[in-house]
Design a protein around this ligand. Structure first.
Ligand code: SAM
Length: 283
């Protein structure tokens, strides 16, 4: 049996293709990383796995062996042709040849649960790095009935995604992710685990969706907007940054901070998720 590196070289040669950098194509060639990623997703025979960007199918093969069904979403038609060739004999494989950002995932998840006896839906992927954030936000904001998201991302992004609010590495996305999920870093992955090797280091992380949100918010839009604007002007105090944004007047925000016993000099990055929620609920 070929290892992942040999398999990748074989497929690239057989189909006369090379990786398309602008589509974020860095193929996984390290068997141990593939194994650990799939293992960490704890896949059962009742699960539907949604794979984003299957590429040549190196992860897909492992997923097909373990899950009830795999739905793979791939934009590059060259990869689509290879995947159709490779997995045509698998009854549990479905391929969607489309930009993942345009796919109606809600409809797919609901249909699979209703018609195919799927118990849990999990996302497993080595993501195209140029659209990591939009993909993760789509998965979270569309309120999909999914259990977990196990993904390879750029290490710097991983650190932000798994940081805790008010930690140094926290950014606006940290708070959004914490609202929807609990997070875990699975493994660090060196550049050499990919072909071609990307310029950045990588990591596999896991986001487990919460059944209940950790804070009560009255207006989701206000809450996320408040977080966003307070990180857009990171060097300013929370009070100045947010009142410059037009979301709320400086006077009102001052009163809210006083009421909540939060110092006027605080920076957004030092607020907890709970405090963001309390402030947003008063705007
Ligand atoms: N899963 C493969 C692996 O681990 O070797 C390939 C991963 S590669 C990092 C990312 C894959 O995402 C590529 O196959 C690329 O063509 C695909 N891709 C890029 N943009 C996409 C999009 N908007 N929608 C779906 N797939 C996309």
């Amino acid at each position: 049996m070929k290892n992942a590196y040999q398999e990748t070289m074989f497929l690239l040669k057989k189909y006369h293709i090379s990786a398309n950098k602008s589509l974020g194509q860095n193929f996984l060639i390290h068997d141990e990383v593939i194994h650990q990623t799939v293992e960490s997703a704890t896949i059962s025979k009742d699960d539907l796995i949604i794979e984003i960007g299957p590429g040549l199918g190196i992860l897909t093969q492992e997923l097909l062996e373990r899950a009830k069904k795999v739905i793979a979403i791939e934009l590059d038609n060259r990869m689509v042709a290879i995947l159709q060739d490779r997995f045509s004999l698998y009854q549990n494989f479905e391929l969607i040849a489309q930009d993942v950002l345009k796919v109606n995932l809600k409809e797919i998840v609901e249909r699979e649960k209703r018609e195919n006896g799927i118990k849990e839906v999990k996302v497993v992927a080595n993501l195209p790095y140029y659209i990591t954030t939009p993909i993760i936000m789509k998965l979270l904001e569309e309120n999909l009935a999914i259990e977990s998201i196990t993904v390879m991302v750029q290490r710097e992004v991983a650190q932000r995604l798994v940081a805790h609010p008010s930690e140094k590495l926290a950014g606006a996305i940290t708070y959004s992710v914490q609202y929807y999920c609990t997070t875990k870093q699975i493994i660090d992955v060196p550049k050499e685990s990919f072909l071609p090797a990307p310029e950045v280091e990588s990591a596999v992380i896991q986001l487990t969706l919460r059944k209940e949100p950790p804070v009560q918010i009255q207006n989701k839009e206000n809450f996320f907007k408040l977080i966003k604007v307070s990180f857009m002007q990171r060097r300013k105090t929370f009070l100045n940054g947010v009142s410059n944004s037009g979301l709320v007047s400086k006077q009102t925000l001052k009163e809210i901070l006083t009421e909540l016993n939060i110092p006027e000099t605080i920076r957004g990055e030092n607020l907890t998720l709970e405090q963001f929620a309390q402030i947003a609920n008063r705007i």
